[in-house]
Design a protein around this ligand. Structure first.
Ligand code: FAD
Length: 213
C-alpha cells in the first residue's frame, strides 16, 4: 500500500510487489514468544519502482482492499483461537480424570468442575459469534466488519483465557513443554495483537455502534 493522493484513506493505492524487485528486501527471521512454526520477517521497501500494471484495483482503493481482507483474516484468527482453546480444554478434562491430589481425582473438586463449565461456555459463546460473523461475511451483510471485530475480540480473548486456565489446571506439569499446554498459551497470546489489536476491535465496535469517531 502506498499514498498516491490526498490525505486520508482515499489517497492510498494497493500494488503487487514481486520478489527480486530492486529495493525490496526482507529482514532476518524474528525470534518470537510463540508462533515459532511460522517465520516472521520484516518486508523492507526502499525506493522500489513499481510498474503501473502492478496497480491492484483502481487508484485510491488501497485502503478498501486492505480492509476487505481484514474481515476474513479476523474470522480466521478467531477460528484458530477457538481451536487452540478447545484443544487446551480437552487436554485439561483428560488430565483432571487422571490426576489425583490429596487422594481425590481433580475432576471431583467442584471448584475445578466450575472452571471447566466456564471454559466450555466461553468457547461456545465465541463459536456462536464466529459462525454468525462468518455467515454475514458469506452473505455480504453490511454488518460484516462489526460482527468480525466482535468475533475476533471474543474468540481471541476467550481462546487465550481458556488455554491459560487449562495450564493452571495441569499444575506444575502445565508449565512443562511435554504436555503441550504452554505452547498453546504462547501461540494464542499473539492473536490478541494480530489482524488489528483487541483495543482496535473495541475502537471499531464502538465507532460502528455509536456512529461517533
Ligand atoms: C508474529 C507477528 C506476525 C505479524 N504478521 C503480520 C503480517 O503478516 N502483516 C502485517 O501487516 N502485520 C503483521 N504483524 C504486525 C501486527 O499486525 C501489528 O503488530 C499489530 O497490528 C499492532 O500494531 P503495532 O505493533 O504497530 O502496535 P501499535 O499500533 O504501536 O499499538 C501499541 C499499543 O497501543 C494500542 N493502541 C494503538 N492505537 C490505539 C487506539 N487508537 N486506541 C486504543 N489503543 C490503541 C494497541 O492496541 C497496542 O496495545 C505481525 C505481528 C506479529 C507479532
Amino acid at each position: 500500500m502506498a499514498r498516491t493522493g490526498q490525505d486520508g484513506s482515499r489517497g492510498i493505492s494497493a500494488f503487487i510487489l514481486e520478489k527480486g524487485m530492486e529495493g525490496l528486501s526482507f529482514g532476518p527471521n524474528e525470534q518470537k514468544m510463540g508462533w515459532r512454526a511460522q517465520p516472521t520477517r520484516q518486508v523492507i521497501m526502499e525506493n522500489v519502482r513499481v510498474p503501473k500494471e502492478n496497480l491492484l484495483g483502481e487508484p485510491g482503493q488501497g485502503f478498501k482492499i486492505a480492509m476487505s481482507g481484514l474481515d476474513g483474516g479476523r474470522l480466521n484468527i478467531g477460528a484458530c483461537s477457538l481451536g487452540g482453546g478447545q484443544s487446551a480444554l480437552e487436554k485439561a478434562i483428560d488430565y483432571m480424570g487422571e490426576r489425583q491430589a490429596f487422594g481425590t481425582e481433580l475432576s471431583a473438586f467442584q471448584a475445578l468442575r466450575f472452571e471447566v463449565a466456564e471454559m466450555q461456555t466461553k468457547l461456545e459463546a465465541a463459536r456462536s459469534l464466529l459462525w454468525r460473523a462468518a455467515n454475514a461475511y458469506d452473505a455480504g451483510d453490511p454488518n460484516t466488519s462489526l460482527l468480525s471485530a466482535m468475533a475476533k475480540l471474543t474468540a481471541t480473548d476467550s481462546g487465550f483465557d481458556v488455554a491459560n486456565r487449562a495450564l493452571q489446571l495441569h499444575g506444575g506439569y502445565g508449565y512443562l513443554t511435554e504436555y503441550g499446554i504452554e505452547k498453546l498459551v504462547r501461540d494464542l497470546r499473539v492473536h490478541q495483537i494480530l489482524e488489528g489489536t483487541n483495543e482496535i476491535m473495541r475502537v471499531i465496535i464502538s465507532r460502528k455502534s455509536t456512529g461517533v469517531g
